[in-house]
Design a protein around this ligand. Structure first.
Ligand code: ZN
Length: 335
């Protein structure tokens, strides 16, 4: 790719192409488009509810009527896809709310698809928001301690996935990090008549401190322990490629790296190694860092947000999941 320049300075001056805005636009290599953006949304019970999340300024938990209102506005601004998380009215040790037909997400999907048939509705498939203990799988006692039981969790994830499909979801995004979940979900979907429904696997999901504000947003903080026995060690890049390879072998159509900003090398390696549609999730902590610094007047929110997303795209992410999606779509339109 890199050929030696035919000449050096002073014949060659790279600044020539940076001289004017028109020149810079002409040679710009990477562009952000609204179609790349996915807006995460949180749905909770009730009517007319917009409950602000203190640690994520501008983000609210929404009742389904408000969710439709929010999604309608976002869609009108150019957002083509949303990623849905549910906050159920009650939680239990088997995460019933995750796979019941009348679950909070299932109802919201039906409503969204009825009101906005063109909007791509992606659902997060996990159990943690519905578990009384807040872990992503079934918890069993083991050797005086506890563990998340991988294999016993898979059928519940598959049930949740099928229930989202039956509600009308356009894409499913399993985020639990159990081994074998993509295969279990793919098999269950195919059996239920949803062979055409794509899976976006949270393939390389790291046990990150950047998720802090999300725990408040989704009310999903574990009641004991942490998620390091199933989410990945932030130190590992080779293992991330193995995770992605496995998820693809099990039938994932798109893969995700999460978080984003501290994992650009992973995004790059995943994209260059596999060449499949790749998403990066700019998580709550990344959003809140920018918001907080901007509120103090320390950084330019718009420029920093766009630069961070451009970096993700340049690193190889085709799909950008961000809480700032609506602002970004507006800024892109303004030019
Ligand atoms: Zn989870």
């Amino acid at each position: 790719m890199h050929t030696a320049p035919a000449a050096g300075f002073p014949e060659l001056r790279l600044r020539r192409l940076r001289r004017t805005p028109a020149l810079r636009r002409m040679v710009r290599e990477t562009w952000l488009r609204p179609e790349q953006l996915v807006l995460p949304l949180f749905v909770r019970p009730g009517r007319g509810v917009r409950r602000p999340i203190a640690s994520m300024p501008g983000v609210c938990q929404l009742s389904s009527d408000e969710l439709v209102r929010e999604a309608t506005a976002a869609h009108a601004e150019g957002i083509t896809a949303v990623l849905l998380f549910g906050i159920p009215p009650r939680k239990d040790p088997r995460a019933l709310g995750a796979y019941t037909r009348q679950g909070i997400v299932q109802q919201a999907v039906r409503r969204l698809k009825k009101e906005l048939p063109d909007l791509l509705v992606i659902t997060d498939v996990c159990l943690c928001e519905y578990m009384s203990h807040g872990h992503c799988g079934l918890v069993t006692e083991e050797r005086g301690g506890w563990q998340v039981d991988n294999d016993a969790t898979l059928p519940l994830l598959a049930r949740a996935a099928v229930s989202h499909a039956e509600a009308g979801a356009d894409m499913l995004a399993p985020s639990d990090m159990m081994d074998g979940r993509v295969r279990a979900i793919r098999a269950a979907l195919d059996k239920a008549g949803f062979a055409d429904l794509p899976i976006m696997a949270y393939a390389a999901k790291f046990a990150s401190a950047f998720y802090g504000p999300f725990r408040e947003a989704a009310e999903s903080a574990p009641q004991f322990g942490d998620r390091r026995a199933y989410q990945m060690d932030p130190a590992n890049g080779d293992e991330a490629l193995r995770e992605v390879a496995l998820d693809l072998a099990e039938g994932a159509d798109l893969v995700m790296v999460k978080p984003a900003m501290a994992y650009l090398d992973i995004v790059w390696r995943v994209k260059t190694t596999f060449g499949v549609p790749t998403a990066a999730y700019a998580v709550s902590g990344e959003y809140s860092l920018i918001k907080a610094a901007a509120e103090r007047g320390w950084i330019d929110e718009r420029r920093v947000t766009l630069e961070a997303l451009l970096g993700l795209h340049r690193a190889g992410a085709d799909i950008l999941i961000t809480y700032a999606a609506r602002d970004v779509a507006r800024w892109l339109r303004e030019g």
